[in-house]
Ligand binder design. Structure first.
Ligand code: MV4
Length: 498
């Protein structure tokens, strides 16, 4: 391979291109009309506009992307995550056009995209799945029948769903009929497929996923787990590895199950096996993601493996250079996702111009982002603007480092989730590793805004700004740029926050 087209935007496009540069591969960017000024366009060796701002007309435009790949002479396409990354038609088109799709086969994408088929394949392979229906439930009478055997509460899930869409929790028998109907119609309109199935509801589970990597020669390894239970409305906020819940025995067992799961479907490439783990450490297969995931950097940090490099090597047909016994977890890594959202206003996306940005640096800190000063965040795409990843020898050190890095992270012009992430890092339950998928709702009071108490420095800056406005109004000589006044609250004469 000499040239790779990256069919994506934002931080992940740059993430992939960085590895391309290290491998001496040229990168081809695609961009929508809303992304002309995006950093991935500047970073790439070549860049081509593929359509209008809505992703349906650009980042999802298969014909146009294939045309650009051929025109630019790209040997392969890396789809990143989201967009076309789990689109079997796209993977098939690439193969038909003689372009390497950096990902698994279209057959596996279809099989794992259909949650009923995935459950069946895992059951056949002896992987524990959540107790529930063998296949699709056809009638509401059938649903009631199933519930008699597995008991309430249950979840009705769309086979074409995943990530929480088309899902209904049922606590009482009286809700069954309406829940099945609701899940069906939501699935029909969202996915064009109204097949649903039933699972026993696991009350307070952990979401723990295993990273796997498989080559074309039958070698499959896992790269341990990621704990992803800190979520809000199915949107992950924080991921860490190792999981505070995990024991060496359980890790070994679940890791083996993840490798078996991948082998059972002849998986090739990087993938993720998602499990629910209950408080008694029972684990159940939930879904398989057939792509590189947002949170892959924490795995890279504790294993030392560049997952994008491995994806490219595997796609080139190389054999994995390491076996399971070569892989070790070293220390602890945490990722915080920075969203351009306002946590004090129901997490409304906060689009607009980034006025100032100053990203954290220093020992054990990585940021994967794409916004720069003066950049206008488009409203059309995901509001995640950056990922902050830290490493520490221990979990405590990683948490302390994350607090320090969040303190250093300054963004003005748009609202972000940084303050809320700081509150999580100071939450006693999080610090104790005592959390599950209900963490945010259980700790709401402490995690939502507490006015100015968070950060006295903010008060200093605001006081200085009021002083500045005052001087402006009184015709006193002041510089055009606002500079925070000398802080008498600190022992040092001047801190330039910007
Ligand atoms: C569940 C569950 C409890 N029991 N299934 C949410 C997203 C989708 N991937 C599956 N989800 C869940 N499925 C059974 N049988 C609880 C959830 C769930 C959840 C899972 C992972 C992370 C956060 C979550 C938040 C709420 C519900």
């Amino acid at each position: 391979m000499k040239k790779i087209l990256i069919a994506n935007r934002g931080e992940i496009a740059i993430r992939v291109m960085r590895t391309c540069r290290e491998l001496d591969l040229e990168s081809v960017a695609i961009y929508s009309e809303a992304d002309r000024t995006s950093l991935h366009v500047r970073y790439a060796h070549e860049a081509y506009c593929v359509g209008k701002a809505p992703s349906s007309e650009s980042y999802l435009n298969i014909d146009k992307i294939i045309e650009v790949a051929k025109q630019s002479g790209a040997d392969a396409i890396h789809p990143g995550y989201g967009f076309l990354s789990e689109n079997a038609d796209f993977a098939r088109r690439c193969a038909e056009e003689g372009i390497v799709f950096i990902g698994p086969s279209p057959e596996v994408i279809i099989q794992m995209g259909d949650k009923i088929q995935a459950r069946e394949a895992m059951t056949a392979a002896g992987i524990p799945v959540v107790p529930g229906t063998d296949g699709e439930i056809k009638t509401e009478a059938e649903a009631l029948e199933v519930i008699k055997t597995i008991g309430l509460p249950v979840m009705i899930k769309a086979s074409a769903g995943g990530g929480g869409k088309g899902m209904r929790l049922v606590k009482n028998e009286s809700e069954v009929v309406s829940a099945v109907r609701a899940a069906r119609s939501e699935a029909k309109s969202a996915f064009g497929d109204d097949a649903v199935y039933i699972e026993k509801y696991i009350t307070s589970p952990h979401h723990i996923e295993f990273q796997i990597l498989a080559d074309q020669h039958g070698n499959t390894v896992h790269l341990f787990e990621r704990e992803c239970s800190v979520q809000r409305r199915h949107q992950k906020m924080i991921e860490e590895t190792p999981s505070p819940l995990m024991t060496p025995e359980l890790r070994d067992e679940m890791g083996k199950a993840a490798v078996e799961a991948a082998k059972a479907v002849n998986y090739v490439g990087a993938g993720t096996i998602e499990f629910l783990v209950d408080n008694n450490l029972n684990y159940y297969f939930l879904e398989m993601n057939t792509r590189l995931q947002v949170e892959h950097p924490i795995t890279e940090r504790v294993t030392g493996i560049d997952l994008v490099k491995q994806q490219i090597y595997v796609a080139e047909g190389r054999e994995l250079e390491f076996g399971q016994e070569d892989l070790k977890q070293r220390g602890h890594a945490i990722e915080c996702r920075i969203y351009a959202e306002d946590p004090d206003n129901n997490f409304m996306p906060s689009a607009g111009k980034v006025y100032k940005i100053s990203t954290p640096l220093g020992l054990g800190v990585r940021t994967d982002g794409y916004v720069y000063e003066g950049y206008e965040i488009p409203i059309y795409y995901d509001p995640m603007i950056s990922k902050l990843i830290v490493w520490g020898k221990t979990r405590d050190e990683a948490i302390a480092r994350m607090r320090r890095a969040l303190y250093e992270y300054k963004i003005t012009g748009v609202k972000t989730s940084i303050k809320m992430l700081e509150r999580v890092m100071n939450n006693e339950n999080f610090i104790a590793g005592n959390y599950d998928t209900h963490f945010i709702e259980k700790n709401q009071e402490q995690l939502l805004s507490n006015g100015m108490k968070d950060n006295p420095e903010d008060m200093v800056i605001i006081a200085a700004f009021i002083d500045y406005l005052d001087k402006l109004g009184s015709n006193a000589t002041v510089t055009k740029e606002f500079v925070p006044a000398q802080s008498r609250w600190k022992k040092i004469p001047y801190v330039n926050h910007f």
